[in-house]
Design a protein around this ligand. Structure first.
Ligand SMILES: [Zn+2]
Length: 246
């Protein structure tokens, strides 16, 4: 039996028996893990009962042999992000980000940069005015951190640089953009403007330091959102639950 101590965000919880819960965390040091929280639903004097979804905690868990279900031994709340719950748009954006982390991370697959991106995004969404830029930036940067960043600068077929003065064509199974010439024969393709491509690459973090200074036109934002929806659905082979709320 080993004790492990790590920062963690609660992603999912389900009741287990009368008094316990199974809580899935995304942790900094161990990736996604499942823990059994015994007696968590019972009222304990002096302790605020449960662990809320999206809360940022310091947890101690006990690993039992080869089992993937660990025992949650202790936790200390670091940040509950309570302001997310006062604003539906922010709350849904945070749930969307949480869903993406849950879908793209495998159990026990550590990804510390993604953990920091996740935590920072939750702080930005909770404390900022408009969650849309932080959410889009999370989606684009997450793709790089989980190894699915599409090619957004050159045509995936002929390798020429994409001309941002024109539109280009995006195809998920090809893994990125195609110039108008190479993309013309594809049946499945999404037209995307040069402005949306430039903004996508900006969100990927190469040029922008401070996201709050980045303003994105509604039409460009919608284009990127549609592209991400199409690409994520292709990668996961299903629709994400939170899309309809964004
Ligand atoms: Zn081409």
């Amino acid at each position: 039996m080993g004790y492990h101590n790590t920062p963690a965000i609660a992603l999912r919880k389900i009741d287990y028996g009368d008094s316990s819960q199974i809580i899935t965390f995304f942790t900094r040091d161990y990736g996604k893990i499942q823990t059994l929280a015994k007696g968590l639903k019972l009222p304990v004097k002096g302790i605020s009962g449960g662990i809320d979804l999206l809360s940022h905690n310091q947890i101690v868990f006990i690993q039992r042999g080869r089992s993937h279900l660990h025992i949650l031994a202790e936790w200390m709340l670091q940040e509950s992000f309570c302001s997310l719950r006062d604003n539906l748009r922010k709350f849904y954006s945070a749930l969307h980000v949480m869903e993406l982390v849950g879908e793209f991370c495998e159990v026990n697959d550590k990804n510390e940069p993604l953990f920091h991106l996740f935590v920072n995004t939750l702080y930005e969404v909770a404390n900022g005015d408009d969650p849309s830029v932080s959410t889009l930036a999370f989606e684009v940067r997450m793709l790089a951190l989980v190894g699915y960043m599409p090619e957004m600068e050159h045509c995936v077929s002929c390798k020429t640089e994409i001309d941002l003065a024109k539109f280009a064509l995006f195809n998920a199974s090809e893994g990125g953009l195609l110039c108008q010439y190479c993309g013309s024969c594809l049946k499945e393709r999404m037209k995307i403007s040069g402005g949306a491509i430039a903004t996508f690459n900006c969100l990927a973090g190469k040029k922008v330091q401070r996201l709050e200074r980045l303003k994105i036109d509604t039409s460009i934002r919608n284009e990127i959102r549609l592209l991400l929806r199409y690409y994520f659905s292709f990668l996961l082979n299903k629709e994400l639950k939170m899309w309809k709320y964004l």
